[in-house]
Design a binder for this molecule. Structure first.
Ligand code: NAD
Length: 380
């Protein structure tokens, strides 16, 4: 595979840092030139896994000494904004884990800074460029389902508002691939069986900002009469098999679930009618089965290489990541104020904090960061 090799530094060496590093290690057009973590054991563990001796505990030193083209920022969500702004000072391209930030003020700042610096931003929504999603895109492009009419997506059963920030961010990004720009949202939201109130607004687990709603159902309006439904309902037991997307077209349907994709050659499913057919997954031609990385992360890296080669945006660009946040903030706003919200919104502050403040409520009390402990404070 010809072309420049892009130099990559990884800032954060735990779970997602390892996933990113393995993908950049496996890809023939990227080379890891530095690793950074505040905890030396993590640095050394990952350094050995990807054979990188340039290990740093200070991100400025890493960037100054290794001159990366891309800095990956796989850290806790509450650190995304500060680290993105800091790293962009160095004039490098970045990729940041999802969700991009915790509100639109932050996302706007990151985009403005990147534009000022001439840097690209990608948000690690790897499902959108996965082999299964490429197969779905190929089927759409071939006209296998005719005109797209409607998209359905569900979460895995996390507490609704947290599910939206954690998992909904991926699903909305997937929907944007097929729906285009989302023009408005309407949401229904309940906690303990009742419509939410300002008292139900709480800090999110895992540092994902401010959330509300145990059960959340949202409809999204796209151009050309395309609509979508997004479910983020809390289940008594998490169920990853619920995490699916289905695309309904005028002549057929497509079904996505993780690393699989199917096609139903008719628009309306009848239990005894025609059967779903497997779609062939689409991998980059240089993908090797012996790779240690997750194929989705590998495809995410591959799309960054394509984008940088062409001075183009990543399929999961910062602009798309910010639009995902617009949809999520719009859903919270619609749930709170019980009205349709047109996008993009002019008030970029967090709508749930505004709602609480208008109700005369003060600052939020902190809650446990860990989801299990957090959940026990919300559900009997
Ligand atoms: N894309 C996905 O499929 C997916 C899956 C799970 C989680 N996530 C996202 O990944 C993120 C969490 O990733 P994680 O679980 O690996 O995070 P983590 O908090 O476990 O690890 C982050 C690492 O970064 C290091 N770090 C933090 N600040 C630093 C700094 N200033 N300088 C150097 N090192 C620093 C920490 O010491 C830690 O080792 C979240 O945003 C989450 O939403 C994405």
């Amino acid at each position: 595979m010809n072309g420049n090799t892009y130099r990559v530094a990884i800032l954060g060496c735990r779970g997602r840092g390892q996933a990113a590093a393995l993908a950049y290690y496996d890809h023939p057009r990227t080379k890891i030139v530095g690793l950074c973590d505040l905890i030396e054991d993590r640095l050394d563990t990952l350094g050995q896994q990807v054979d990188v001796n340039e290990r740093f505990t200070d991100l400025n030193e890493m960037i100054d000494q290794t001159s990366p083209d891309i800095v990956a920022i796989p850290t806790g969500t509450e650190f995304h904004y500060g680290l993105c702004m800091h790293v962009l000072e160095h004039g490098v391209h970045i990729e940041v884990e999802k969700p991009m930030c915790i509100d639109l003020v932050q996302a706007d700042d990151v985009i403005s800074k990147a534009e000022f610096q001439g840097s690209k931003v990608a948000v690690h929504h790897q499902g959108r460029v996965s082999p299964a999603m490429q197969a779905i895109q190929h089927a759409v492009d071939e006209g296998k389902i005719g005109k797209i009419r409607y998209i359905y997506g569900s979460g895995k059963g996390y507490y609704g508002g947290y599910g939206l920030m954690n998992i909904g961010t991926h699903m909305i990004n997937n929907m944007l691939r097929f729906g285009g720009v989302c023009r408005s949202v309407v949401a229904q939201a309940t906690t303990k069986g009742q419509p939410i109130t300002p008292q139900n607004v709480v800090p999110s687990p895992s540092g994902m900002g401010t959330i509300a709603c145990e059960h959340l159902t949202a409809t999204l309006q796209f151009d050309d009469d395309v609509t979508a439904t997004l479910l983020q309902h809390r289940f008594d037991r998490m169920d990853t098999s619920a995490y699916v997307m289905e695309i309904y077209g005028s002549e057929g349907r497509l079904f996505w679930k993780g690393s699989s994709a199917w096609w139903l050659p008719q628009p309306h499913y009848l239990p005894n009618g025609q059967q779903w057919e497997d779609l062939d997954l689409i991998f980059p031609d240089h993908y090797k089965s012996e790779n240690r990385s997750d194929p989705e992360d590998y495809c995410f890296v591959d799309d960054y290489v394509r984008a940088l080669d062409k001075d183009d945006e990543h399929e999961c660009s910062g602009y798309q990541g910010r639009h995902v946040l617009e949809v999520m903030m719009g859903i919270f706003e619609s749930a709170a104020y019980r009205r349709r919200v047109d996008l993009p919104q002019t008030d970029r502050g967090h709508p749930l904090l505004r709602w609480r403040s208008e109700a005369g409520l003060g600052d939020l009390e902190p809650l446990p960061r860990d989801y299990g402990n957090w959940l026990s404070t919300q559900v009997d």
